[in-house]
Design a protein around this ligand. Structure first.
Ligand SMILES: [Zn+2]
Length: 287
């Protein structure tokens, strides 16, 4: 993917190098350091704007950002890449929502290492990237990029872009009220019946990732091989593989995701149409 000269998102919350802080993040609306932490943070010269997730004035992820974490050059490059991808999703979804007479609200992307506390509970990086509707944030441990390359055998920058776009797809579903509907369904159907809804939900996120990729292509941002990288990743990140990596933590985004074929099909379909009108995975699955 071509990223040169493009802005990164200001909606990045850098929690890398910090352990999970139980009870803090939700009450504080994103900072989660607690009062002592805030005082220490300010004493250390931190910007309270970035602490509260306002992003300060930075574009992209600052080296050794609000968390004080400084990764390897490769990690920082990846953080910058993810930041540009997030900014691109803000732009594309902002345009699509505007065309529909709606307003897109940017989600926050939390970078973390190891494990993280969200409104969806405590999660280990073993579950892979996820989106939590409760706080409208995406959670990504960048080491997943290496997993994609090595364990899932889906290398390439656009494989990672697909992963981010899929999680953003869940955010779009939240803004469209689909996540709320799902929460209601969950209360009235059995676990087994709910799995089918879950598959529809996941495949729709793949469709929405495809919609985004189509707009990237139209803007001239795709390079040769990018589409194939995304398809390979869509095929590789089956639900079973991700669940196997779980280690007993709460797993917010580990429902049944659909088969490799289904995931590739819906991503391609989103890429084909590039709109909100052809992604009714629920009807397609007979729901
Ligand atoms: Zn998902």
């Amino acid at each position: 993917m071509k990223t040169g000269g493009r802005r990164g998102s200001s909606n990045i919350e850098d929690r890398r190098g910090q352990g999970p802080r139980v009870g803090g993040p939700i009450a504080l609306g994103g900072g989660g350091l607690g009062i002592i932490g805030i005082i220490l943070f300010l004493l250390l010269g931190g910007d309270p704007g970035s602490l509260l997730g306002d992003g300060g004035t930075s574009s992209g992820v600052q080296q050794g950002g609000s968390s004080g974490y400084a990764g390897t050059a490769q990690e920082e490059e990846l953080a910058d890449f993810v930041s540009v991808v997030l900014a691109d999703t803000e732009e594309v979804w902002g345009e699509i929502f505007e065309q529909q007479g709606m307003t897109y609200e940017d989600p926050t992307l939390v970078l973390y290492t190891g494990s993280v506390q969200s409104a969806c509970g405590l999660s280990s990086a073993a579950v892979g990237p996820f989106y939590c509707p409760g706080d409208q944030k995406l959670y990504i441990d960048l080491s997943f990029y290496n997993e994609l390359q090595n364990q899932f055998e889906a290398p390439g920058d656009f494989a990672m872009a697909y992963v981010v776009a899929h999680e953003v797809g869940h955010h779009v579903q939240t803004l469209l009220g689909i996540s709320d509907e799902m929460a209601k369904v969950r209360q009235r159907v059995s676990g087994e019946a709910y799995n089918k809804y879950s598959v529809a939900m996941e495949l729709q996120a793949d469709y929405l990732a495809g919609v985004w990729a189509k707009h990237e292509q139209e803007k001239g941002y795709l390079e040769s091989g990018d589409f194939e990288e995304a398809i390979r990743a869509a095929s590789a990140v089956g639900d079973d593989t991700i669940q196997r990596r779980a280690r007993g933590y709460v797993v917010p985004d580990s429902f049944t995701h659909g088969t490799s074929e289904q995931r590739m099909y819906w991503f391609k379909r989103g890429y084909q149409y590039g709109d909100l009108d052809h992604g009714d995975t629920f009807t397609e699955l007979g729901l």
